[in-house]
Design a protein around this ligand. Structure first.
Ligand code: SF4
Length: 374
């Protein structure tokens, strides 16, 4: 984990284990500051991790619940569970609770809603809420812009500003939960490459899945990468409580490198070494995303190269065929539905579970690859 800097002292970004450490430190500092005025035993017992984090009614758990179930954004509200002096110490130490602000909302006729948020330091980013077959899916952003350079993606044309903190990532979901109630699925497929912001994404997953917070089942969270091998391995080593999705888009290195700049850095062999490592370690199926672009990656040969790659990988994969969403920042066009259906049939006949994601939210530029704060 990164060391915290003064500008990043956001209580909402802390896993429950780190929150425990921060509260302990604040108590020590407050005792020193106030000296004999405060007796040792007059303080709440924020101490042993095992004793308190897992104890029903533990103070750390109570603070965590207020942050992640009650969505408080005002430190003063912690007064119901913490001493005033301790809250004052947190404030003196520079701690705050991160906030994001709604800038604009747009709704597509298909029901998809795009939210543009603004960070406290004034930068915009977007989240998307989708409604499909009675299921709700929140698509979260992890960075302000993206450095990966996927040719088909509008986000890649934005200037990269910075990564979002864990608190800013989960704040998107909390806003959407407040609007729509419980959400069935959470996907890290918005703006940014999650593994280019690994620590904050990992912390946000730990926070969202913790039983004292939103308690989202790990099977309902998916982290999607353009294929950074180190992040995939780390996700396996850390046993991150989320599913893995990989943007593949081609079964050959050359074609993949044309579509995604990051693929020129890591070959398919390196990528699949990491995916195999993940699969062997976790036993979890990996979702491969394949954006279908007319004349670029949708020929019969492209299909058979994809099938050969996946069936020879030793990894249990499923494929999500994505209907490409055209936009003015890119001259790619979507494949015809006959090509998408052809891919789907061939993959299924090869024993690879395949789904098709048709366009959603296209009129408001909320579809896959279209997020650009517009
Ligand atoms: S598709 Fe994802 S990884 Fe690629 S540029 Fe867009 S946001 Fe970044």
């Amino acid at each position: 984990m990164n060391d915290l800097t003064d500008s990043d002292k956001d209580l909402r970004s802390l896993t429950i284990e780190r929150l425990n450490l921060v509260l302990k430190q604040a108590r020590r500092s407050a005792r020193q500051r106030l000296g004999c005025i405060i007796k040792q035993n007059s303080w709440p017992d924020i101490d042993l991790h095992d004793k308190l984090v897992h104890r029903k009614g533990g103070l750390v758990r109570a603070v965590f619940q207020m942050l992640h179930r009650d969505f408080i954004i005002d430190l003063n509200l912690l007064e119901t569970v913490l001493e005033k002096e301790l809250i004052e110490q947190l404030r003196l130490d520079g701690w705050h609770i991160s906030q994001i602000f709604l800038d604009e909302t747009q709704q597509d006729p298909d029901g998809t809603i795009k939210y543009r948020f603004r960070t406290a330091d004034g930068h915009c980013f977007e989240s998307v809420m989708m409604f499909l077959r009675n299921r709700t899916t929140a698509c979260l952003s992890s960075q302000l812009g993206c450095r990966m350079g996927c040719k088909f993606c509008a986000t890649s044309r934005l200037k990269f500003i910075r990564s979002l903190t864990a608190g800013e990532i989960i704040a998107q979901l909390y806003y959407l939960v407040a609007q729509h109630g419980n959400i069935d699925n959470v996907v890290y497929m918005g703006m940014g490459e999650p593994f280019d912001n690994y620590d904050s994404v990992a912390d946000s997953v730990a926070i969202l899945t913790h039983y004292a917070g939103q308690s989202i089942p790990p099977g309902r969270l998916t982290v999607s990468t353009c294929g950074l091998p180190a992040g995939i391995r780390q996700m396996a080593d850390d046993e991150m409580a989320a599913n893995l999705a990989v943007s593949l888009h081609s079964g050959t290195n050359d074609r993949r490198g044309e579509i995604m700049a990051s693929a020129r850095r890591y070959s398919l062999a390196e990528l699949f070494d990491a995916v195999k490592y993940y699969y062997d370690k976790t036993g979890k199926r990996v979702l491969m995303e394949y954006c279908m672009i007319a004349g670029v990656n949708d020929s019969d040969q492209d299909c058979h190269q994809l099938i050969n790659l996946l069936t020879g990988s030793g990894v249990q994969c499923s494929v999500n065929l994505i209907e490409f969403n055209s936009h003015e920042l890119c001259d790619y066009q979507p494949s015809g539905r006959d090509r998408i259906n052809f891919f789907c049939d061939e993959l299924m006949q090869s024993g690879i579970e395949t789904t098709i994601r048709f366009k959603r939210g296209e009129s408001i530029k909320a579809a896959c690859g279209q997020l650009c704060n517009g």
